[in-house]
Design a protein around this ligand. Structure first.
Ligand SMILES: Nc1nc2c(c(=O)[nH]1)N[C@H]1C(S)=C(S)[C@@H](COP(=O)(O)OP(=O)(O)OC[C@H]3O[C@@H](n4cnc5c(=O)[nH]c(N)nc54)[C@H](O)[C@@H]3O)O[C@H]1N2
Ligand SMILES: Nc1nc2c(c(=O)[nH]1)N[C@H]1C(S)=C(S)[C@@H](COP(=O)(O)OP(=O)(O)OC[C@H]3O[C@@H](n4cnc5c(=O)[nH]c(N)nc54)[C@H](O)[C@@H]3O)O[C@H]1N2
Ligand code: SF4
Ligand SMILES: [Mo]
Length: 750
């Protein structure tokens, strides 16, 4: 037996933990936290610990599948790519580029392949029908940052390790391990805030395990955040607690406009909507102002709701007006090693095109996934007839996913890059499975822009790819070539991107290679001891980045080979540093604190407050479990069952009123449909609020996920309403969904 140890970054969530794998004869037999990783320092969660089981999952596809009728059969790689060309090309030729839609799911943000080659697939398709999980997730934060800072990817993260006060809205890192804030051992970092005398406040309609760990938990009615955040700002202005530091004084436009905008949104006025007592709101505002260093942080509970962009914006308004933006212990912009700092972006300008059926604006090149079913089902010029999915399961993850599931069945052609035959990919005519995690190299292109310290880590594949098996990067590159219709090879594609990047870098004032010859730079890249053009691209990015060697300009700087060979556990590049100047991309060169689009949308807050109070019905929110990962880890036996099951949580008061006891089956009905689940009364839920986790509903015919099929649960997105979106970002409303709950009449125990 050949036994060895390999190190790699965990690809399963945003915490980017370092893992130490024991590999016996090519099989991962043990997974531990990598104690030498400077960021994660040995931390690991149950998901990371099960990476070996996931890697060896017998249901993981090891060859492409082709669909005939309702069944899928194994095929060779060339045969599968030929089938893709035969499926896609005629649709593009006959109906135009927009007839093919693409959907990129969450795992495509946790790989090298997704960010580097997913973009190439989109570009090659030349379609406006681009959809991703972002419009079921964080798009409001991008839109808010786009307006505030000019750059939708400039999202400040709470400086967890140095703050004195953390005010969290709609985030539950004890289960999620953090999001838009990559912080391995988030729980430990929260405890450390308290241990050094700081405080943590959690605002959530559910008393989560994160709330248990905080100094204070404040219940809020789902969807109430923008009101509460505005009221906090109102108190700060009214009590003269606004203190942007001198450093920001001449960097902010619109301070008075925000003051005027929130003037009427007093704690008293919003209390009916938020459920938060005015005295509590005032105390929170004063605590925020009094803390020497504080950070306000909002996550999924604040984005996937009716006021997603307003909430995301007001979170940063508070960070700015309390002087905590861009300073240690506040909310700071990480500086990723692979992202250039010399490049000025065009100021953010959403709405460059609109969706065909519902006339919804594009943001960051994407349309809302909430309208994908409309685009597939509605006849006429420009109808979506084919779909490419890459690491996504929208048949479970999208709002009113039951409708989207039906729409997928009606497509003329669908190809999925995915390791499983699941609820979405069962509709695909061709399934192209990426290799196992152990066979896949890793660098977190998407997430290293959100780490709480500047940090980089490269993990080569732990186990070699079998002969003839393409990497996911190679699969996507080949798809891009097919989609482009050009007579080119995947290598040509990489060469084009390298040439274009080097050309721009050489021309950009302030770049470390300004004025140099791109041909010479290309030669230098080729001389590096790296394995592939993909690695050369990452090498290029690192060398042009803020910690890079600048192609020799800073001989001690990073290259991919150095990162890989000298820092196999990753490299700590220091605490976050103030860098607003590098980030600001607005036309004015200043922070636009009161962007017109946001100010206009704020009218909706007044409309709600002016309306007569609605009959208080039940509303639904989501729930994540430490051992879950959206829809796709339910096939690992160690991760399902116990407390990780698909129950309907509700407050004991509501349970009594409805007449259900623990374990009773209940029927939950939303606008889009209804499901049956087991009731789990718990005083962790605010009265009037019920909670179902997402990602369940694995009972569909044609899927091949044996463990998940046995632990099916029900799909919460059979209840959610694709018509309800946050207007500025098009993001789905998953929190605050009106539902009714009644004892299930069937008497069937589910
Ligand atoms: N174990 C596990 N980890 C994960 C995932 C997973 O599925 N499982 N998914 C990953 C992904 S894709 C993401 S995006 C992140 C998400 O990371 P988080 O945002 O930390 O995740 P959630 O657990 O969904 O936390 C959202 C919280 O918002 C609360 N909430 C609901 N509605 C409202 C509201 O209107 N206002 C407020 N203030 N709070 C509200 C919910 O009760 C919940 O506690 O997690 C990632 N990590
Ligand atoms: N009601 C409700 N709905 C939600 C949410 C919620 O909180 N409530 N959360 C939303 C959020 S935050 C998100 S991010 C979305 C997620 O939505 P999606 O991204 O659509 O769904 P996932 O469940 O993450 O599906 C991941 C897919 O990728 C595949 N996969 C796994 N590893 C790989 C890989 O290495 N390569 C490739 N190509 N594929 C891989 C899996 O088999 C699976 O099919 O769901 C959203 N939907
Ligand atoms: S916290 Fe996230 S990154 Fe760390 S081991 Fe768990 S799943 Fe992996
Ligand atoms: Mo997400």
């Amino acid at each position: 037996m050949v036994s060895r140890v390999a190190f790699r970054t965990c690809p399963l969530c945003e915490a980017v933990c370092g893992l130490r794998l024991r590999i016996d004869d090519g099989v991962v037999t043990e997974v531990r936290g990598d104690r030498d990783d400077p960021l994660s320092r040995g931390y690991i969660c149950p998901k990371g610990a099960s990476l070996g089981r996931l890697d060896a999952d017998p249901d993981r596809l090891d060859a492409p599948l082709l669909r005939t009728g309702d069944s899928h059969e194994r095929a060779g790689w060339d045969e599968a790519f030929d089938a893709v060309a035969r499926g896609l090309r005629p649709i593009i030729d006959r109906h135009g580029h927009d007839a093919v839609a693409v959907y990129l799911g969450n795992p495509s943000a946790h790989s090298i392949a997704g960010p580097l080659y997913g973009a190439a697939v989109i570009k090659a398709l030349r379609t406006r029908n681009v959809y991703t999980a972002s419009t079921a997730d964080q798009m409001p934060k991008h839109v808010s940052s786009g307006h505030l800072f000019g750059d939708p990817t400039a999202i400040p993260v709470p400086d967890l390790d140095r703050t004195d006060h953390l005010l969290m809205f709609g985030a539950n890192p004890l289960e999620s391990n953090g999001s838009l804030c990559s912080a391995p051992d988030f729980p430990g970092r929260l405890r450390a805030i308290r241990a050094r005398g700081g405080t943590v406040t959690v605002v959530d309609p559910r008393r989560t395990r994160t709330a248990d760990l905080a100094d204070e938990h404040v219940f809020i009615r789902p969807g109430g955040d923008a009101f509460l955040l505005a009221a906090l700002a109102q108190v700060l202005f009214a009590e003269d607690l606004v203190a942007p530091p001198a450093a920001l004084a001449d960097r902010v436009n619109g301070l008075d406009d925000v003051r005027a905008l929130v003037r009427d949104l007093t704690p008293e006025r919003v209390a009916g909507v938020t459920g938060v007592a005015p005295a509590v709101t005032r105390r929170m505002a004063r605590a925020l102002a009094a803390a020497p260093r504080a950070a306000v942080y909002g996550r999924l509970g604040t984005t996937t709701q009716a006021f997603g962009t307003l909430s995301s914006w007001l979170v940063d308004v508070l960070n700015i007006v309390t002087g905590n933006l861009d300073r240690p212990g506040g909310a700071m912009f990480p500086r990723a090693a692979h992202l250039p700092v010399y490049r000025r972006r065009q100021p953010f300008a959403p709405g460059r095109w609109r969706s065909r059926v519902r006339d919804l604006p594009e943001a960051m090149g994407e349309l809302p996934v909430a309208t994908l079913a409309d685009e597939i089902e509605t006849p006429g010029e420009g109808r979506v007839r084919a779909l490419v999915t890459i690491g996504g399961n929208p048949a479970l993850s999208a709002p009113n996913a039951a409708r989207l599931d039906r729409a997928l069945a009606g497509l003329d052609f669908m190809v999925s890059v995915d390791p499983y035959l699941n609820e979405t990919t069962r509709h695909a005519h061709v399934v192209l499975p990426p290799p196992r995690p152990a066979q896949t190299p890793h660098y977190d292109l998407a997430l290293l822009n959100f780490t709480v310290r500047d940090y980089a880590r490269y993990s080569p594949a732990a186990v070699p790819l079998p002969e003839g098996r393409p990497s996911e990067a190679a699969i996507l590159a080949r798809l891009a070539v097919i989609a482009s219709g050009l007579d080119a090879t995947p290598d040509d594609l990489d060469e084009m991107i390298i040439a274009s990047t080097l050309g721009k870098a050489a021309a950009a004032p302030g770049s470390p290679v300004h004025g140099r010859d791109p041909v010479e730079l290309r030669k230098l890249l080729a001389e590096e001891p790296v394995d592939s053009l993909t690695e050369q691209r990452i090498d290029m990015m690192l060398r042009l980045g803020p910690y890079g060697d600048g192609f020799g300009a800073d001989p001690a700087g990073l290259t991919l080979a150095r990162l890989r060979d000298d820092h196999p556990h990753g490299i700590d590049l220091g605490a976050l540093k103030p860098r607003l100047d590098e980030v600001l991309s607005t036309a004015s060169g200043r922070i636009e604190l009161c962007p017109p689009a946001l100010a206009a949308d704020a009218a909706r807050l007044h409309a709600v407050l002016d309306a007569s109070p609605a009959e208080p019905g039940l509303v639904l929110i989501g729930r994540r479990h430490l051992r879950s990962n959206n829809s796709w880890l339910h096939n690992v036996p160690e991760l399902v069952g116990g407390s990780n099951t698909c129950t309907l949580q509700l407050s004991p008061d509501d349970a009594e009123r409805i007449g259900v006891r623990p374990g009773d089956p209940v029927r939950v009905t939303g606008r889009a449909g209804s499901v049956e689940a087991v009731a789990e009364p718990t005083d962790r839920l605010m009265p009037g609020v019920v909670s179902l986790p997402h990602g369940w509903g694995h009972d569909r015919p044609g899927t091949r996920t044996a463990v998940a099929n046995r632990n099916a649960g029900v799909s919460v997105n059979a209840l959610t309403d694709e018509r309800e979106i946050d207007p500025l970002s098009g993001t789905a409303v998953f929190n605050g969904v009106p539902v009714t709950v009644e004892p299930a009449r069937t008497g069937r125990r589910v």
